[in-house]
Design a protein around this ligand. Structure first.
Ligand code: PMP
Ligand code: GLN
Length: 396
């Protein structure tokens, strides 16, 4: 038999699917894969239900429903002051996952280099490698996840086509600072590079932190493709609606990719998300403040269980260092992958090992687990209590 794609046949099942399956098998509370444990907002779902009955239900325009493209352009203006032409500079995709693939396939040629900042979301690398481009990584430094500017500079070369920037960042909860964005922008200009900006958590940012799209910095408007996700912004991860904002000349090849990947995305859902994006600022602020309270609730529960919780300024996620459970050398003493499996089976709470976000396990931290907090309060409390009981059994 002829071999299939080297990149994809060598890949395992994603860590998110793997841990969700393990959680289900052991009846564990699933704080692994990032998704809210409710059905999402009633009002947006009501708009979608009506749109399914009233139509349209046939192929929408390839770039997306005009209502949603206009709403995305208006949201860019309202939240970030960006002037965007909705017709040539906005495209709707089937989730940010498709948007990422479209951008990478649309921009990269074989032999180009693409910079990833580790820990990095798992879908980036395989797409880059499948088109024959090379991944160059720069690793953030835990526990503060600072960006090493010398390492960043060393990652750029005259073959750098793009950098992939995820802010607010999964799994760290880091929101990149203005100074870090300035440094990235300066290197992009020096090396004539683009940025694919994964900003799916743009509205899930907590007090004290501010999300600044790289695209708003001087010289960046023409170099950035900015990706949003209705799944995250409206707690509807199963709907698969994403959107890309970018200059028309970059959008053109990205749209050519989209036309042969999914071509379009369900029009009634697009209309409902357009309605959502038109809601007032309080609508967005309410989601962020409710998530912030959940972050604090789970942080307290994890700390009470004896875990060393790292700060998180955005996203659905909080990381914890579990070496603190190793009191009197009796507690857990394995890798992060082993820890996440152990607590799934024994504590009946599952999490994601942070090392899964690194290509080379030898370079990854082995002592951090990522917990998802976009769950009902009672579920978070139950998970904390289970972890506390587990830790107690460990001598912690
Ligand atoms: N980027 C990051 C950093 C994510 O965490 C996720 C999903 N959790 C995605 C992209 C994909 O988003 P979507 O569900 O809209 O495809
Ligand atoms: N991005 C989600 C997470 O980090 C998972 C999405 C997926 O399973 N593909 O948990």
């Amino acid at each position: 038999m002829r071999a299939a794609s080297r990149v994809f046949s060598g890949l395992g099942t994603t860590i998110f699917t793997t841990m969700s399956a393990l959680a289900a098998e052991h009846g564990a509370i699933n704080l692994g894969q990032g998704f809210p444990d409710d059905e999402g907002p009633d009002d947006i779902r009501a708009v979608a239900a009506k749109a399914i009955m009233d139509g349209p239900n046939q192929y929408p325009p390839m770039m997306g429903m005009p209502q949603l493209r206009r709403a995305v352009a208006a949201a860019n203006k309202r939240f970030y002051g960006l002037d965007i032409d909705w017709q040539s500079e906005v495209m709707v995709t089937s989730g940010a996952t498709e948007a990422l693939a479209d951008c990478l396939i649309g921009l990269l040629n074989p032999g180009d280099e693409a910079i990833l900042i580790e820990p990095a979301y798992d879908s980036y690398r395989p797409i880059i490698e499948a088109v024959g481009a090379k991944v160059v990584t720069v690793a953030l430094e835990p526990p503060h996840w600072s960006l090493p500017l010398d390492g960043l500079e060393a990652a750029f070369s005259d073959r750098t086509k793009l950098i992939l920037l995820n802010s607010p960042m999964n799994p760290t909860g880091k929101v990149f600072s203005r100074a870090e964005l300035d440094a990235i922008a300066a290197l992009m200009i020096r090396h004539d590079a683009y940025a694919v900006c994964d900003e799916v958590y743009e509205h899930l940012v907590f007090s004290g932190a501010a999300h600044i799209p790289l695209m708003t910095l001087p010289g960046m408007r023409e170099r950035c493709l900015r990706i949003g996700s209705a799944g995250k912004t409206f707690s509807l991860t199963g709907w698969r609606i994403g959107y890309i904002t970018g200059p028309a000349n970059l959008m053109a090849p990205v749209a050519k990719t989209h036309q042969f990947v999914t071509f379009t995305t369900p029009p009634p859902l697009q209309l409902a998300i357009a309605w959502g994006l038109e809601q007032d600022d309080a609508y967005f602020a309410q989601l962020a403040s409710s998530l912030q309270a959940k972050r604090d609730r789970l942080a307290q529960g994890l700390a009470a269980a004896g875990l060393d919780v790292l700060p998180t300024d955005g996203t659905y996620f909080i990381s914890a260092d579990f070496r603190s459970l190793l009191k009197n050398k009796e507690g857990f003493n394995g890798s992060d992958d082993e820890f996440c499996r152990e607590i799934t089976v024994k504590a009946k709470v599952s999490a994601i090992p942070v090392s899964a976000f690194y290509a080379d396990p030898a370079k990854a931290p082995q002592h951090l687990a990522r917990f998802c907090f976009c769950k009902q309060d009672a579920v978070l409390d139950d998970a904390s209590a289970r972890l506390k009981a587990y830790a107690k059994g460990q001598g912690g």
